[in-house]
Write a protein that binds this ligand. Structure first.
Ligand code: CA
Length: 364
């Protein structure tokens, strides 16, 4: 309990909250005021502060929670590196240094390999399908079970839709060109890239710009036109490849420290979950609305060369992706259940989407 109290900064505010339902208290000047508790949380992120969409999402989450809770839960957002480094978010929230975090579960692959499945699987589910699996296909229950031993409660909190394959300073004309190529590419996609002969590097956004500029890496993936334009990646790389085979619909996560979560009243819990769900919808809508215009700007104003990855590269990446996921399933009992659930969902949804989403997009 002492630890719990230490995790939360609970401040009794003075003379705030003059709502008509509150019991009047004796006060000077006859104004009625009921001291109320305000909970203060820190939210740390893996994103650069205020990066469009990804970095703004947790800011919007905090604003919504503030309004919906009538100021009872105040969340202060910190960009990557402000309190802890980008890749320190999981541990810092688990330890209670911050009550909440926003990032992507594949960043924790070194700690929990199967966690990557809850962000994205190469050649796996699209954003729409990922939401289906998480919210109605048993995915969320498995995710919560996986994070419970770390004292973390995960929520789905954003999706970029299909990403771009990335920015390259060398042309990829065949599988041979992947050999020895140094690329910043996280998650299971990074593992696949490595097996295909490339050199996969994990680094946060803050480092990849310089790494590409100095030639320390030959390529990087980030998200898609809207975000990549904002980061200025076109100034340090020439070729922009598609499709984002490695991230077909990555879900972002909001994680909450279990003790901080347990201390919330049911209405505040519902508010945090609802705000997170709203951000999830909003982000995909924003990327969908803005990617096209950003791509136009990249190509027409900045001379970016748009290219498709060759078929032999995609075929080999797909073969290796299956191999990587097969191995992932054997790492633990829960990993086996997570992979089985994900694959069963993908099989079913692919069958239906062949005659719905896919058939329609091909027909229009
Ligand atoms: Ca990415």
């Amino acid at each position: 309990m002492a630890r719990l109290l230490g995790l939360l900064v609970v401040v009794s505010t003075m003379l705030v909250g003059c709502g008509k339902d509150e019991q009047p208290t004796a006060s000077v000047g006859g104004t009625a005021a009921q001291p109320s508790e305000v909970i203060h949380w820190k939210l740390i992120t893996t994103w650069p502060k205020n990066l469009p969409a990804l970095g703004i999402a947790p800011e919007n989450l905090a604003k919504r929670v503030d309004v919906m809770s009538n100021g009872r839960l105040k969340i202060k957002v910190y960009g990557a590196g402000e309190l802890v480094p980008a890749f320190g978010v999981f541990d810092a929230v688990a330890q209670g240094t911050a009550q909440m975090g926003h990032g992507a579960s594949y960043y924790w692959r070194g700690k929990i390999p199967v966690a990557a499945v809850f962000s994205t699987v190469p050649f796996g589910l699209t954003a729409q399908e990922m939401n289906g699996w998480l919210l109605f296909g048993g995915g969320m229950e498995l995710w919560r079970e996986l994070y419970a031993p770390f004292g973390l409660v995960p929520m789905v909190s954003g999706n970029t839709g299909v990403q771009m394959a990335g920015w390259f300073n060398k042309e990829v004309n065949s599988l041979a060109d992947i050999k020895g190529l140094k690329m910043r590419i996280p998650g299971l996609g990074g593992e696949v890239f490595q097996r295909a002969g490339g050199v996969a590097v994990a680094m946060p956004a803050s480092e990849m710009f310089t790494a590409l500029q100095t030639g320390a890496i030959d390529a990087t993936e980030w998200v898609g036109p809207y975000n990549d334009l904002a980061l200025g990646l076109y100034t340090v790389a020439k070729y922009y490849y598609y499709p984002g085979w490695h991230e077909p619909g990555p879900a972002l996560e909001a994680i909450v420290n279990q003790a901080a979560w347990d201390a919330l009243t049911p209405d505040l819990k519902a508010i945090v979950e609802t705000a997170s769900r709203a951000i999830n919808d909003e982000m995909l809508a924003e990327f969908t609305a803005r990617n096209n215009a950003a791509l136009k700007t990249l190509v027409e104003e900045h001379g970016v060369v748009l290219k498709r990855l060759p078929d032999d590269v995609l075929a080999e990446f797909k073969r290796l992706s299956n191999e990587v996921v097969d191995e992932l399933a054997t790492e633990s009992e829960i990993a086996g259940r997570i992979v089985a659930s994900y694959r069963a969902f993908q099989k079913d949804v692919t069958h239906y989407h062949a005659i719905s989403e896919q058939a329609y997009i091909n027909a229009r």
